[in-house]
Design a protein around this ligand. Structure first.
Ligand code: COA
Length: 372
């Protein structure tokens, strides 16, 4: 093989490693239109689902699970409440897992150990308990037991010991509903690959959590806030240029599918506006929001100059950071809080994948040396 053939082979294999545009599953769960900036979850536009219909997390999770499994689901309120209580009851056995310093490591370990042998409902109900208990345990605070009378969202805020109001609970529901599913993102793909081998649901969720933890997927919102803090008293453009010069990416910007602004960013901006209206300036400061818009503008303008061929715009994580900050959720818990919402989508995809009965096993192109 001559050198230009080898270069061509390496280039196409490099592109294939990102699987851009490769369709590997049919799904009824969500549709992402990256050119038009539209997201449809369970047949409904995300903004309608989260804002106009003000769907609760329990509602979207039930719809997704029904679509994934093809079986009707009873109201999830009681099932999730029961699962939260059951998870809390075994926390005594999970102390080592709960006290791991990183919230995602702790969540992974709790799911693997505490939910082993469980089913979709038990793990969906357990996640907020593990996240909240881990946060309080690591902070040396007493644990707060779940309250089965509360919704999943309200109980999460209560178990964390955070301020709650009807507007805050609605905002968290809107967040979880909006992130509940998003096509074949990396963590959902990971869950489907494991499901395709016939493995159990907890192993699928553990795989998905591992993928979500990465900074290119669900690990971006914490660093977005770090960026907003670092640029508070400076010219954002100079700071952003220095980041790029150091070979780092601008967190919260760019997306594999969207070529326009992520529609979820707009949903979250509206949720933030509603929250500010209901709870006043204390929930989210107008100055912080205005600064975030300036940083977004500066980042998009700089990246447009650097990559005129590839539109790079704000993604879901940019305004996730501000929304979770407004709810007083500590930034170390951002990815784990995302996981609670996305778990609904993972579980539905796991069911959907199982129904195909097909093992996912792609091929690789060997570019190493061959024996003589
Ligand atoms: N900051 C700086 N440059 C970026 C960038 C960002 N946020 N996003 C993409 N680019 C650049 C890449 O460096 C690459 O440039 P090159 O061709 O000169 O190497 C080009 O744009 C294409 O990037 P690529 O990594 O091929 O695109 P992708 O589809 O694989 O990446 C993301 C998508 C999300 C991984 C990427 O945009 C990113 O890393 N964003 C920051 C992390 C983030 O916010 N993640 C949350 C996603 S919801």
């Amino acid at each position: 093989m001559n050198s230009s053939e080898l270069q061509g082979k390496l280039a196409s294999s490099a592109k294939a490693t990102g699987l851009e545009g490769v369709v590997v599953a049919d799904t009824r769960l969500s549709h992402v239109d990256g050119e038009r900036g539209e997201l449809v979850i369970a047949g409904v536009r995300a903004e309608a689902l989260a804002l106009e219909q003000a769907t609760r997390f329990e509602g979207v999770a039930a719809r997704l699970l029904e679509l994934g499994s093809g079986a009707t689901r009873p109201d999830l309120h009681a099932g999730l409440a029961e699962a939260r209580l059951a998870a809390f009851a075994v926390l005594g056995d999970l102390d080592r897992a709960l006290t791991l310093p990183d919230a995602m490591d702790a969540l992974l370990a709790c799911v693997a150990q505490g939910s082993a042998g469980g089913n979709a409902l038990t793990v969906l109900g357990a996640l907020p308990v593990y996240v909240a208990a881990g946060a309080r345990r690591r902070a040396g605070l007493p644990l707060i037991a779940p309250n089965p009378a509360l919704s999943h969202a309200e109980d999460f805020l209560v178990m964390l010991g955070l301020p709650r109001s009807a507007a805050r609970v609605r905002a968290l529901d809107a967040y979880w509903v909006t992130v509940s599913d998003h096509g074949l993102n990396a963590s959902t793909f990971a869950a489907r690959v494991v499901a395709s081998t016939g493995s159990d649901v907890i192993s699928c969720v553990v795989a998905a959590l591992g993928a979500l933890k990465g900074p290119l997927h669900g690990g971006a919102p914490g660093p977005v806030l770090d960026m907003l803090d670092a640029t508070r008293d400076t010219n954002p453009r100079a700071w952003l240029e220095a980041e790029l010069a150091a070979g780092r990416r601008i967190m919260g910007i760019g997306h594999r599918i969207y070529r326009v602004r992520d529609p979820r960013a707009l949903v979250f901006e509206r949720v933030l506006a509603r929250l500010a209206q209901a709870d006043g300036e204390s929930a989210v400061s107008a100055a912080r929001l205005a600064h975030a818009r300036r940083v977004e503008e500066a980042a998009v303008s700089l990246l447009t100059e650097r990559h005129p061929e590839r539109p790079l715009r704000a993604n879901v994580e940019f305004y996730t950071a501000l929304l979770l900050e407004a709810l007083a959720i500590p930034r170390a818990l951002f990815t784990a809080t995302f996981a609670i919402g996305r778990c609904a989508g993972w579980l539905a995809h796991i069911e959907e994948q199982r129904r195909t009965g097909k093992l996912m096993r792609p091929a690789s192109r060997y570019v190493g040396a061959l024996p003589e």
